[in-house]
Design a protein around this ligand. Structure first.
Ligand SMILES: *[C@@H]1O[C@H](CO)[C@@H](O)[C@H](O)[C@H]1NC(C)=O
Ligand SMILES: *[C@@H]1O[C@H](CO)[C@@H](O)[C@H](O)[C@H]1NC(C)=O
Ligand SMILES: *[C@@H]1O[C@H](CO)[C@@H](O)[C@H](O)[C@H]1NC(C)=O
Ligand SMILES: *[C@@H]1O[C@H](CO)[C@@H](O)[C@H](O)[C@H]1NC(C)=O
Ligand SMILES: *[C@@H]1O[C@H](CO)[C@@H](O)[C@H](O)[C@H]1NC(C)=O
Length: 662
C-alpha cells in the first residue's frame, strides 16, 4: 500500500510539467481562428490632417501602419461611414448629405482604404456609422424609423466603395455605441444579399456584449451576425457571449496616449483579449493621431502625424507592440487551445500560441505588462501582479522537433530612454523541445518559426514646428468635394465646390442630423477649428456668402475657441457673428453670452468679408473693410484655436481665408 502510494507520487512528479513551464501542443486540436489586429480611421475625423502631408512623409506614415513586415502591418482597417455628425474629434462627410444625391469623392476614408490595400491587398475593410444625415430618419432622429431606408443608405456606401473605388467591404456594423435594432439588422442582411454583397459580413453591435442575449433567442439573427463586436471589453467577455457559439471581437479598444503606457496597454490587450475573453480580433481607436492637439483623446493613435505643414511624424510604441503579433501571423491562423499554448504565465503576464493553416509554423507571443504601466483608458479592472520570471517552454507533439525559434524583443522603460523596440535577438535554441527564456517586467517576446519580420525605418521626419503664420487659402486647386485641409470640422459638413475657376468652401448640412453626440450637433452651429490651441492674439478674416436658397442665418469668425468634439456646444472664446441685420460679439459659440452687438445689413447672394483680430483684451471687428467695433472684451477663454462657422444648419460659402498674428 505504502509502496503503491509512493509510486503514484513519483509518477505524478514526472507527469507534471516543471513549475514555470508552459506547453505548446496541437495534438489536442486548436482554439478559435485568429481574425486580425486592426486600427480605426475615423470615429471621428481622426485621420483628418494626414491626407494633406507632403507625399513622401505621408507615404512613410502609411508604410508604418500597413506595409507587411515593416511596422504595425495591420490586418484590418475599420473606417467610419461618415454621417455629417460630430463623432469624437470632428465630423466626417456623408456620401448622401441629401436623399437625392450620392457622392463618393468626399472625405479621406476612400483614400485611406486604397492606400492600405495598395500596401496589403489582404487587409480586411470594416465600415461603421456613428450617425446619419437627418433625412435618413425622416427628421425623427431615429435611424430605425424606416429600416429599409437606413439599409439602403448603408448598402449604397458599400456599393460606392466597389463601383467607384474598387474596394470590397468585408464587414459592416450597425450604429456605433448606440442601440441596435433587430429588424434593421435583418433588413440590412436582406438588402446586402439582394445587391450582390453576400460576402459582406455583419458585426454587431459595436457596443457591449448585450446582443448575445438576442442571438441566443433568435436563430435567424444568430445566423446573420458574423461576430459580436464589443467595445473596450477590458479583456473579458460575458459568459453568455462565450457560450452563444459566435465569433467574439474587441471591435474598439486601446484608447490611450501613444507613449510607453499606450504601447503597454496595446500589447496587453492584444494578448489578453484572447487569453481572458476568447476575442479573436482587436481593433485600436485610433489608427493615426492626425487631429489637432487638445481635441478629445489627442495623440491616441497607434502613432502621431498632425503637422501636415512640415511632414513631422512620430513612430510610437504601439506600432511595435502591434508588430509582435501582426508580422508573424495572418488572418486565418488558429490559436492553440487554452492550457495547450494559451494562458497566463506562472508569475503573471500572458502567452498565446498561433499556428498557420498548413500547420507547419508556430508563433508564440508573450507579454509581461504590469498593472501600474499598462492602463488603457476604458478597461481598468482589479490590480494584478507580475514578477520577473524564467519561463520553461515545452514544445510537444510535432513541435518537439523544432530546434530553434526566431526571437523578437521589446522592453518598455517608461523613462523615455531605456526602451528597446522590436529588436531581433539571436534564435532561442530548443533541446528535445525544451528551452527557458527570461521574461522581465514590461517585455514582449515573440518566438516564431517564421524567418520573416523587419523593423522598418526611414530617416527622421522633419522637425516639429507650429502651424505656419501668416496662412492663407483661396481653396483653388482642390479636387471638387474635397475637405478644406486645415479646417477641422466639428459640426456640419464643409467641402470645396467650384464656380467657374473659383474654388470655395460650402457648409452643406441643412437639417438636424441623427447625431452621435447630441450635445454637439444639437447646437446647430456648423463650424471648424484650426491652428494652434495655444493661440491668444490672432487675426482671422475671410469672404463669405449666404446662398439665397436654404441659406444659413449668418456666419461667424472666432478666436481662442477652447473646445471641440462632443463638447463643441460649450466652446468659449471670442466670436463675431455677422447676421443679415446685425452683428453680435459673444464669448460663447451658442451666442448666449453676448458682449455687445450693433447694426449691420447685407443681403444673401453676394460675397462679403469679415475680420476679427484679438490682441490681449482688445478686439477689432470689421465688415467689408469697415471697423464695426474696436474695444475691450471680458474674455472667458485665454487661448484656443481660430474658428469659422455658420449660425445654424443652412448653406454658407467661404473663401480667401487669411490668418495672421495680431
Ligand atoms: C421606407 O423607405 C423606403 C426606401 O427609402 C421607401 O420606399 C418606403 O416607402 C419607406 N416606407 C415608409 C413606411 O415610409
Ligand atoms: C480591383 O481590385 C482587384 C483586387 O481586389 C484587382 O485584381 C483588380 O485588378 C482591380 N480592378 C481595377 C479595375 O483596378
Ligand atoms: C533566471 O535564471 C537565471 C539563470 O539560471 C538566474 O540567474 C536568475 O536568477 C533567474 N531569475 C529568476 C527571476 O528566477
Ligand atoms: C502616457 O500618457 C498618459 C496620459 O497623459 C499618462 O497618464 C502616462 O503617465 C504617460 N506615460 C508615460 C510613460 O509617460
Ligand atoms: C432647399 O429648400 C427647398 C425649398 O424649401 C427644398 O425643397 C430643398 O430640399 C432644400 N435643399 C436642401 C439642400 O436642403
Amino acid at each position: 500500500m505504502i509502496m503503491l502510494a509512493w509510486g503514484s507520487f513519483i509518477f505524478l512528479l514526472v507527469q507534471l510539467a516543471p513549475a514555470n513551464s508552459i506547453a505548446f501542443d496541437d495534438s489536442v486540436g486548436y482554439g478559435r481562428q485568429f481574425d486580425g489586429i486592426g486600427g480605426l480611421s475615423g470615429g471621428g475625423a481622426t485621420s483628418k490632417l494626414l491626407i494633406n502631408y507632403p507625399e513622401q512623409f505621408r507615404s512613410e506614415v502609411l508604410d508604418f501602419l500597413f506595409k507587411p513586415s515593416f511596422g504595425a502591418s495591420l490586418q484590418i482597417l475599420k473606417v467610419e461611414i461618415g454621417g455629417d455628425v460630430q463623432s469624437t474629434d470632428g465630423t466626417e462627410a456623408s456620401h448622401m448629405h441629401y436623399s437625392w444625391e450620392e457622392n463618393y469623392e468626399r472625405g479621406y476614408e476612400w483614400w485611406m482604404m486604397k492606400e492600405a490595400k495598395k500596401r496589403n491587398p489582404n487587409i480586411k475593410l470594416y465600415g461603421l456609422p456613428w450617425g446619419f444625415p437627418g433625412w435618413v430618419g425622416d427628421g425623427t432622429g431615429n435611424p430605425y424609423h424606416n429600416v429599409s431606408k437606413t439599409a439602403d443608405y448603408i448598402v449604397r456606401w458599400i456599393n460606392g466603395a466597389k463601383s467607384k473605388h474598387n474596394l470590397t467591404i468585408d464587414y459592416v456594423g450597425i450604429w456605433n455605441e448606440r442601440p441596435y435594432n433587430i429588424a434593421y439588422i435583418k433588413t440590412l442582411r436582406k438588402v446586402l444579399d439582394e445587391r450582390g454583397f453576400q460576402h459582406t459580413q455583419i458585426i454587431a453591435s459595436d457596443n457591449k456584449w448585450e446582443i448575445a442575449a438576442d442571438l441566443s433567442k433568435d436563430a435567424e439573427l444568430k445566423k446573420i451576425v458574423h461576430a459580436i463586436g464589443c467595445h473596450y471589453p477590458g479583456t473579458y467577455s460575458s459568459h453568455e457571449a462565450q457560450h452563444v457559439g459566435k465569433i467574439l471581437w474587441s471591435s474598439e479598444d486601446y484608447c490611450q496616449k501613444n507613449n510607453e503606457t499606450g504601447g503597454a496597454c496595446w500589447a496587453r490587450v492584444i494578448n489578453r483579449n484572447f487569453v481572458h475573453g476568447y476575442m479573436t480580433s482587436t481593433i485600436a481607436w485610433d489608427l493615426i493621431a492626425s487631429y489637432y492637439t487638445n481635441l478629445p483623446g489627442w495623440d491616441m493613435g497607434l502613432m502621431t502625424a498632425k503637422e501636415p505643414w512640415n511632414g513631422h511624424y512620430v513612430v510610437s510604441p504601439p506600432i511595435w507592440a502591434s508588430a509582435h503579433t501582426t508580422q508573424f501571423t495572418e488572418i486565418g491562423w488558429s490559436y492553440l487551445k487554452h492550457g495547450h499554448g494559451v494562458g497566463t504565465l506562472p508569475k503573471g503576464g500572458t502567452y498565446v500560441g498561433l499556428v498557420n493553416p498548413r500547420r507547419d509554423h508556430l508563433t508564440i507571443v508573450m507579454e509581461s505588462m504590469t498593472f501600474e504601466h499598462s492602463k488603457c483608458q476604458w478597461d481598468w479592472k482589479s490590480p494584478f501582479k507580475v514578477s520577473p520570471q524564467n519561463v520553461s517552454l515545452s514544445l510537444e507533439g510535432k513541435w518537439a522537433e523544432i530546434k530553434e525559434m526566431n526571437m523578437w524583443f521589446t522592453q518598455l522603460g517608461f523613462d523615455g530612454k531605456s526602451n528597446i523596440f522590436f529588436e531581433k535577438k539571436s534564435p532561442l535554441k530548443f533541446t528535445r523541445g525544451k528551452a527557458t527564456v527570461f521574461l522581465d517586467l514590461n517585455q514582449i517576446i515573440t518566438l516564431t518559426t517564421l524567418k520573416t519580420g523587419r523593423k522598418g525605418s526611414y530617416p527622421p521626419s522633419p522637425p516639429h514646428t507650429e502651424f505656419p503664420l501668416p496662412y492663407s487659402d483661396n481653396f483653388d486647386g482642390y479636387r471638387v468635394h474635397e475637405e478644406p485641409f486645415y479646417l477641422s470640422q466639428q459640426t456640419g459638413a464643409f467641402e470645396v465646390l467650384t464656380e467657374g475657376e473659383n474654388g470655395f468652401v460650402r457648409q452643406m448640412v441643412t437639417q438636424m442630423t441623427i447625431p452621435w453626440c447630441k450635445s454637439a450637433d444639437g447646437v446647430k452651429k456648423a463650424y471648424n477649428v484650426f491652428g494652434e490651441f495655444a493661440w491668444t492674439d490672432i487675426a482671422v478674416a475671410f469672404d463669405f456668402r449666404i446662398p439665397t436658397v436654404n441659406g444659413s442665418s449668418g456666419v461667424f469668425v472666432g478666436a481662442r475657441a477652447n473646445r471641440g468634439g462632443c463638447g463643441s456646444s460649450t466652446t468659449s472664446g471670442i466670436f463675431f457673428f455677422a447676421l443679415p441685420d446685425k452683428f453680435v460679439l459673444s464669448t460663447d459659440i451658442e451666442r448666449k453670452r453676448t458682449v455687445m452687438g450693433g447694426e449691420l445689413s447685407y443681403s444673401p447672394g453676394a460675397w462679403h468679408r469679415i475680420a476679427l483680430s484679438v490682441l490681449d483684451n482688445t478686439v477689432k471687428l470689421s465688415f467689408d473693410g469697415h471697423t464695426v467695433y474696436h474695444g475691450d472684451v471680458p474674455t472667458s477663454s485665454s487661448a484656443g484655436w481660430a474658428a469659422l462657422g455658420t449660425d445654424n444648419y443652412g448653406l454658407a460659402d467661404f473663401d480667401n481665408l487669411e490668418i495672421n498674428s495680431a
